[in-house]
Design a binder for this molecule. Structure first.
Ligand code: ZN
Length: 263
């Protein structure tokens, strides 16, 4: 499912990809804008969604470029209707590194909000119908949206940023797998509550987002358990290898035998 994507371009060597369902979201917003305000409405609503997703890319670049400083390979940034996802080769187990990589994302949103607050035209405000009709209104939409995105991502719902921060703090005291288990469990409980609340208020995209987060948390935990058991098997094999190799050499070397196929 995550494979249905289109590669766009690279930003500082990091591939930016678009999930095909993102195009549906774009079409839906353009249609809504046209429905509410004709061609101008379609233009401004498309401009808003593109500007929002530019901020999503910058948020993910915050994570990715910080990760790369710690030597973590970044495969790509994938944009989906529910948001963005940076795919790393591995996640550092040192709590301090995971903390810095994670905080870098929301920090970008708060920095963007600060810049927008300084540069956006004060005479315009938020549009009445949530659809901007000028550059100033678009700027204010983006200002509030960045604050919202920064705060929303800090909710302790693993694998959202807040959940990763929680795991990093838990991992200071607990073994890494235990810390992940508790962060994922807390995240799953909160994701179920949030999805049910979103459904109650007919916010289907938000409910889908929390369903995705629930599954992503579970998948990441299972992946971690799998790697742990592979590592344990590998260690066991290495121990066996070490106990097998130093056999004392035979007094007489065994007679050389031809390989059976060459006889
Ligand atoms: Zn993030």
């Amino acid at each position: 499912m995550l494979g249905w994507s289109i590669n766009l371009f690279r930003v500082r060597g990091i591939q930016l990809s678009l999930h095909v369902t993102f195009l549906l979201l774009l079409a839906y917003w353009a249609y809504q804008g046209y429905h509410d305000g004709g061609l101008a409405g379609a233009f401004w609503s498309t401009a808003l969604i593109l500007a929002i997703f530019t901020c999503v890319v910058l948020h993910e670049l915050g994570h990715s470029l910080t990760a790369r400083r710690f030597g973590v390979g970044v495969r790509r940034i994938l944009l989906m209707p529910i948001g963005g996802m940076a795919e790393f080769d591995s996640i550092p187990r040192q709590p301090s590194r995971e903390l810095l990589i994670t905080i870098a994302g929301p920090a970008v949103n708060f920095a963007l909000a600060a810049v927008l607050w300084l540069v956006v035209d004060r005479s315009s405000g938020l549009p009445d119908n949530a659809l901007p009709a000028s550059l100033g209104e678009l700027g204010w939409c983006l200002f509030y949206w960045n604050i919202y995105m920064g705060l929303f991502n800090l909710a302790p719902v693993f694998p959202m940023d807040g959940g990763r921060i929680l795991r990093a703090f838990l991992a200071i005291k607990l073994p890494y797998v235990r810390a992940t288990f508790w962060a994922v469990t807390i995240g799953k409980v909160l994701a179920v509550i949030a999805a049910a609340t979103a459904l109650y208020f007919d916010r289907y995209l938000l409910a889908a987002l929390f369903a995705f987060i629930f599954l992503a948390g579970e998948a990441e935990y299972r992946g971690l358990l799998r790697r742990e058991s592979q590592d344990a098997q590998w260690r066991l094999m290495m121990e066996r290898l070490q106990t097998v190799t130093p056999t004392p050499p035979a007094a007489e070397p065994p007679p050389l035998q031809e390989p059976p196929l060459l006889k």
